[in-house]
Design a protein around this ligand. Structure first.
Ligand code: AHR
Length: 515
């Protein structure tokens, strides 16, 4: 039996949790928008063509922000194509995904949808094939009340009120050779800085995100980030990070430790940003927008799904439609733990993506919508992770991985909400061999009562939710949580993710003392 010991102390604060940590991402890619959130012929569609069953699931997921419209798509996108009378909108080649973009949904419609969701819209401008002027144009169109050519055009298009978008991404993954308009770090950094300065002439209060490296595996990782920050440090508020994980050569031990890679990635970007801060004698600490993260079986896309036939430009093809297993959801839940653990610097994050495309929510045209395994840790963490993130003391055995060396078998993070004294603890057991029992030293919290304890696990770690069996995997009450000799302990099944809450004694039903 694996035994771990965890000490929780509300005085050891990492930082406040920004609600934007629980953001998501909708790209014009595959069936994310069309036949995903938007399907006018569907029996559950509202008058605007939005699937209300999908809307309900998105609300239940608890996403706070939604990044839009890309991704790689944005680097070839003309935002003007997506506004005005739908019948007059052009169909365009989408070079990023070798598809046809029908432009049935654009900025105004999407802003309306995010309002229905109750989320904040985070908009990416095209710095691939376009530049400063187009960024200013879309900002004027979106945010100016009235009385200018573009704001009046928005009003004529039916959007009377400005969209009030605060957070803007200055391009997407501009270090990647796959990106339309990729350039050197110097070129991109100068363009991003000029664009940011100009956008702030319209509204100094905008929050702007410069493109960091598109992954820690990029050969330019580190130097790209440093150079971009040297050009943009005073002009932007965030540097972006992107990371996707999948098993390599069937090595599940390393895959289960993917959060170690995310931890190191964030730490390296923070170190790079702080180097630039020091060299500039700046007072400002750069925040991170981890605006693409997930498990993604990218090798499957590269080898099987990628469209290459020069004559084939489908509308809304099935692309990147990964089916997530229990194993994937445990890795995913551990990535969430890593993000929360870095709440002092990661001030925004976007789960990539939201519907159908590497997504927690799947849909069938004319048919149902369902929750993937990854839906569950996200929805619960978004609800429970409130207040501040806490630094924990965790003693537990380690195991050896090919990718990351020795890693702890158990990983955990806690959050603490001062207003009601509640604590949430998120844990994973990465072991494939057996359960882990975790003793919780909660003395610093004072007398506590356990609240909920929910675990995602399954004897078949490859079990998944599918169209045929949409409710196969879910969260279950973890009934092992008990008070033993005055100390709380919980058992985590092999390959599992767990969330539990603690409350000041007497505020919720107590667990019976078992000795
Ligand atoms: O999320 C899928 C793609 O991954 C995005 O379009 C791109 O930014 C990243 O490479």
């Amino acid at each position: 039996m694996i035994r771990a010991h965890l000490t929780v102390d509300p005085h050891f604060v990492v930082g406040p949790i920004d609600r934007r940590l629980f953001g998501s991402f909708v790209e014009h890619l595959g069936r994310c928008v069309y036949d995903g959130i938007h399907e006018p012929g569907h029996p559950a569609a509202d008058g605007d063509g939005w699937r209300t069953d999908v809307l309900e699931l998105v609300r239940e997921l608890g996403v706070t922000t939604i990044r839009y419209p890309g991704g790689n798509f944005v680097s070839g996108y003309r935002w003007e194509d997506g506004v005005g009378p739908v019948a007059q909108r052009p169909r365009r080649l989408d070079l990023a995904w070798h598809s046809t973009e029908a432009n049935l949904v654009g900025l105004d419609e999407f802003a309306c949808w995010t309002r229905k969701v109750g989320a904040e819209l985070m908009y990416a401008v095209n710095l691939g094939t376009r530049g400063l002027q187009e960024a200013l144009d879309v900002l004027e169109y979106a945010n100016i009340g009235s009385g200018t050519a573009l704001s009046d055009q928005r009003i004529r298009n039916g959007a009377t009120d400005p969209h009030g978008i605060r957070m803007w991404c200055l391009g997407n993954e501009m270090d990647g050779p796959w990106q339309l308009g990729q350039g050197s770090a110097e070129d991109y950094g100068r363009l991003a800085a000029k664009t940011a300065r100009a956008m702030r002439q319209i509204d100094p209060g905008l929050e702007l995100v410069a493109c960091g490296s598109s992954s820690a595996e990029m050969p330019t990782f580190g130097s790209w980030d440093r150079t971009v920050l040297e050009e943009t440090y005073d002009e932007v508020d965030y540097l972006s990070c992107h990371a996707y994980y999948e098993p390599v050569d069937g090595d599940l031990g390393s895959f289960l430790a993917s959060a170690v890679s995310m931890d190191r990635f964030i730490d390296s970007v923070v170190a790079t940003a702080d180097h630039v801060k020091a060299a500039r004698r700046s007072e400002k600490s750069m925040a991170i927008s981890f605006d693409e993260w997930n498990v993604w079986y990218k090798s499957r896309y590269d080898q099987v799904d990628r469209i290459t036939d020069p004559a084939d430009w489908p509308v809304a093809p099935r692309l990147l439609e990964d089916t997530y297993s229990v194993l994937d959801a445990v890795v995913f839940g551990n990535l969430l733990i890593s993000l929360i653990r870095h709440a002092d610097r990661v001030k925004a994050a976007s789960l990539a993506q939201l519907v159908n495309v590497i997504a927690p929510i799947m849909t069938e045209p004319g048919g149902p919508a369902w929750r993937q395994t990854t839906f569950h840790p996200f929805a619960l963490a978004s609800r429970l992770a409130q207040g501040v993130a806490l630094e924990l003391k965790l003693d537990c055995p380690t195991y050896r991985t090919a990718a990351y060396g020795e890693v702890p078998v158990v990983d955990a993070v806690a959050t603490y909400e001062e207003s009601d004294g509640s604590t949430a603890i998120f844990l994973v057991n990465r072991s494939q061999d057996g359960p882990a029992t975790v003793e919780l030293d909660t003395r610093a919290l004072g007398p506590v009562s356990p609240g909920l304890a929910r675990t995602l696990s399954d004897p078949d770690i490859h079990a998944a939710n599918t169209l045929a069996d949409p409710l196969r995997v879910g969260l279950q009450d973890n009934t092992s949580l008990e008070v033993r000799n005055g100390q709380l302990q919980i058992t985590l099944p092999a390959v599992s993710w767990t969330a539990l809450t603690l409350h000041p004694y007497g505020t919720v039903t107590d667990l019976p003392e078992r000795n």
